[in-house]
Design a protein around this ligand. Structure first.
Ligand code: FES
Length: 369
């Protein structure tokens, strides 16, 4: 069966970033600046994406604001007919640059939040003064009138701040907040001892979000990503493999999800030399886990197989060593109990476990050794 066209594309414009968040989900080996796609190649990719049927373009990184050609890229994406969303820490943006992005036609901003106080936010981001700067950027965003989403990443060290994160979203005029419990991919896997939430924290977060959804209905949309190591049902990752979106890495590799490079047998095409249409419909990586044919018996015999599609392939790889396995977050997985125990062990480590900060491109390989 021919797949439907994708709705969204994530363009990771660069892996460079002023922050060093310990939960960074980018791969251990980052693309260097001299490997990044140039302006013209990105513009061609945006046009190909629009021709393919993509509606929303998420401009991400690293920190996309470090790309000097960002306004030019936004303008090209708008000309191609794409809705543009900038995913940023705010560091590297000032009033003038935001005005340039507005002139270029930027539609929406998604601002990350590392914590709700300078002490925690600056410690987690590894950037002194970052919280203060971010709040200033939020004010400028409000002045221009960009629709704004706040993206709060939560874990054991800041889950107690969830209610304050909701208040901040309202105070800065966000229409939506994504409350995402940290997902352990890429660099984040190094920090499970420091960041894994306890089961009690995970349950409390669900209670607070449900209450806030009732109380803030019509004022603030709340998207919630729960602490899935403590769940019984896996998430429908990426809306189902190869069904909804595609990611382009800074050096042009086209991935079905941001962590797909952790699955060793997959081969990725590059947008420098293959069209996005060919990659989406014919690429071997996109077809590897499309639909249900690849599923193990546990998933194939399950009545949720077309609801969660067996969960996250990258999580199955990270936790069982087999990307074809049922995501062990699922209670039916033979690995489920082991993962539950591991989650409790990581969560019980205490709050003085040192954070292993994200290293910039070039240093990551050294740190991994
Ligand atoms: Fe790759 Fe979930 S992150 S399938």
């Amino acid at each position: 069966m021919t797949p439907k066209p994708p709705i969204a594309m994530l363009a990771e414009l660069t892996h460079r970033c002023p922050l060093s968040c310990p939960y960074c989900s980018n791969p251990l080996e980052l693309a260097r600046m001299d490997q990044e796609l140039d302006t013209q190649t990105w513009k061609r990719a945006f046009q190909q994406a629009a021709d393919l049927g993509v509606l929303q373009l998420h401009l991400s990184g690293g920190e996309p604001a470090v790309r000097r050609d960002l306004p030019d890229l936004v303008s090209a994406a708008r000309d191609a007919g794409l809705y543009t969303n900038l995913i940023t820490s705010g560091i590297g943006l000032n009033e003038k640059r935001l005005a340039e992005l507005d002139d270029a036609g930027l539609d929406h901003v998604q601002l990350s939040l590392q914590g709700t106080t300078p002490e925690i936010a600056d410690e987690i981001g590894g950037y002194k003064g970052g919280f203060k700067r971010k709040m200033q950027v939020a004010e400028w965003i409000g002045k221009i009138g960009f629709p704004l989403t706040l993206n709060a990443v939560l874990h054991r060290r800041n889950l107690h701040q969830i209610e304050r994160a909701l208040e901040i979203a309202l105070e800065i005029g966000a229409r939506r907040i994504e409350v995402a419990t940290v997902q352990f991919h890429g660099w984040a896997l190094k920090n499970r001892d420091a960041l894994m939430p306890t089961r009690e924290q995970a349950q409390e977060a669900i209670r607070i979000v449900n209450k806030a959804r009732r109380e803030l209905k019509g004022k603030l949309v709340i998207d919630f990503v729960p602490a899935d190591y403590h769940e019984q049902l896996p998430k429908r990752c990426m809306g189902g493999w190869g069904t909804t979106g595609l990611n382009i890495t800074p050096d042009g590799q086209v991935l079905p999800c941001h962590a797909a490079q952790t699955i060793p047998h997959l081969v990725f095409d590059n947008v420098r030399d293959t069209s996005l249409s060919d990659i989406w419909y014919k690429g071997s990586a996109f077809n590897a886990y499309r639909g249900t044919d690849w599923m193990p018996d546990t998933c194939m015999s399950c009545d949720r197989k077309e609801i969660d599609f067996g969960g996250c392939r990258c999580q199955a790889m990270a936790l069982t060593g087999d990307p074809n396995a049922t995501d062990p977050v699922c209670a039916k997985s033979p690995h489920h109990i082991k993962v539950k125990h591991q989650a409790h062990e990581h969560a019980a480590k205490g709050d003085d476990v040192p954070l292993t900060y994200r290293q910039p491109p070039g240093k990551a390989a050294e740190a991994a050794e």
